[in-house]
Write a protein that binds this ligand. Structure first.
Ligand code: ADP
Length: 417
């Protein structure tokens, strides 16, 4: 009796311990379940052969093939499962691998990084696979890489552009130096040419004046006069080159004084009078006496207008040359125009006549002399006075050159080009 009672008691105790153990197991299982479900990434547990034995809610739309799935989604799950099994079998040393699965809810491709953790609970081995959605991360990485590449390209472009600018600057400096040497050379040359030419002019004038004996024949006098005229022409060309190089080198000084324009124009007309008479032209001056006094560089103003007048006479076979002036109160400027009824200048040539050494007719057979510097000098002188020199012309009808200068020029540094 005593023995039987003891055995029953120990059976009861064993059953109780068994029940307790089962209860504890149930609790542990449900804790594990809720841990599994609370993981924000899809988690899949597989057996040693890679068969799925458990998965959390996040993994279900990818790998769970329950009965109610349509054929399409079932097929997607099958494909996902084989992709998953293949990735699991090929895990690298870091136990990681990337794979693309289809989310069966919306059919979207999702790029995952699979992290596999192998575990052992005797007698079974298992793998816990955690899938991390890296679609956004990879996209951001690709974008960063693209941006980085673009940045490198822009950097390379900036470097090329900077090199090009540096090269241009070097070329510019070299050109400036070459231009300065050229100007210096021309200045020296002109100076050297002027000295013997002045001797030629001086001796010709002495011969014509009878110093050292009378000129014997009329023909000899005519020839001497031609030597004199040609030498004077040559001297004026050399003066042009000298002026041009002085302006280029920024060595043309400015002398501002009060200037009476009617007086300047009167003087100029008297100067070109012999030319005008020889050409059989009429010259008209319309310069109002009421014009306000100018403050400018008288010599430069004279040089510009003389050039315009001589050109007007030179390029007008018949008709009229007119000089007119007016005051523009709005800008306090003085406008002086030289208009002729001459050969005119074609539209496509008009911009070029202000370039140095440019002539509309530069053929060796041209009828009129000059080296094509007059207008280039005139425009630069106009700029030095703070003004402009513009042309309007019609081929065969005539030209108007208009000089516009401020009534009161301001002292400024000489321009250098
Ligand atoms: P140049 O001393 O050789 O005349 P310019 O610079 O004074 O040089 O003039 C340049 C060219 O412009 C001239 O050769 C001529 O072809 C043209 N030109 C200048 N003024 C006139 C004008 N009033 N009518 C027609 N052509 C002109």
């Amino acid at each position: 009796m005593w023995v039987v009672g003891t055995v029953r008691e120990s059976q009861l105790a064993l059953r109780k311990r068994l029940r307790d153990a089962e209860r504890n197991l149930g609790v542990t299982r449900s804790i594990l379940r809720s841990v599994l479900e609370s993981v924000p990434d899809p988690v899949v547990v597989t057996d040693a052969d890679g068969r799925v034995v458990d998965l959390n809610a996040r993994a279900r739309p990818l790998l769970s093939a329950h009965r109610h799935l349509g054929a399409h989604r079932r097929r997607a799950v099958e494909l996902n499962r084989s992709a998953f099994a293949a990735a699991l079998a090929q895990l690298d040393d870091r136990r990681r691998r990337e794979l693309t699965l289809v989310d069966t809810r919306d059919g979207a491709d999702v790029l995952f990084e699979l992290l596999g953790i192998r575990g052992r609970a005797e007698p079974v081995t298992f793998t816990v696979a955690v899938l991390r959605d890296v679609t956004e991360l990879r996209r951001a990485m690709r974008e960063t890489e693209d941006n980085y590449l673009r940045l490198r390209q822009v950097e390379a472009q900036v470097r090329t552009e900077r090199d090009r600018l540096e090269q241009l600057l070097r070329e510019h400096v070299a050109l400036e130096q070459a231009s300065a040497s050229k100007s210096q050379f021309l200045a020296n040359l002109s100076h050297e040419l002027r000295t013997p030419l002045n001797a030629i002019l001086g001796y010709t004038s002495m011969l014509l004046g009878g110093v050292g004996g009378a000129v014997a024949t009329a023909a000899q006098r005519r020839y001497l006069e031609r030597v004199d005229a040609s030498s004077r022409h040559l001297l004026s060309l050399i003066e042009d080159v000298l002026d041009f190089t002085r302006i280029e080198a920024g060595r043309m000084p400015m002398r501002l004084t009060e200037v009476s324009l009617p007086a300047v124009v009167r003087g100029l007309l008297a100067e070109v009078e012999p030319l005008v008479r020889r050409a059989g032209l009429t010259v008209v001056a319309r310069v109002p006496r009421t014009l306000p006094a100018l403050r400018t560089d008288r010599q430069k103003l004279r040089q510009i207008l003389l050039n315009l007048l001589v050109n007007a006479v030179k390029f007008t076979p018949r008709g009229t040359v007119e000089v007119s002036a007016s005051h523009i109160p709005a800008h306090d400027q003085i406008c002086i125009s030289v208009t002729d009824t001459g050969i005119g200048i074609a539209d496509d040539q008009q911009a070029h006549v202000f370039e140095s050494f440019r002539q509309v007719d530069s053929s060796p057979t041209r009828q009129r002399g000059g080296v094509g510097l007059g207008l280039a000098i005139a425009r630069r002188l106009a700029e030095m006075l703070g003004g402009t020199l513009e042309l309007s012309s019609k081929l065969g009808e005539g030209s108007t050159f208009t000089l516009t200068v401020p009534r009161r020029a301001r002292a400024r540094r000489t321009t250098r080009r």
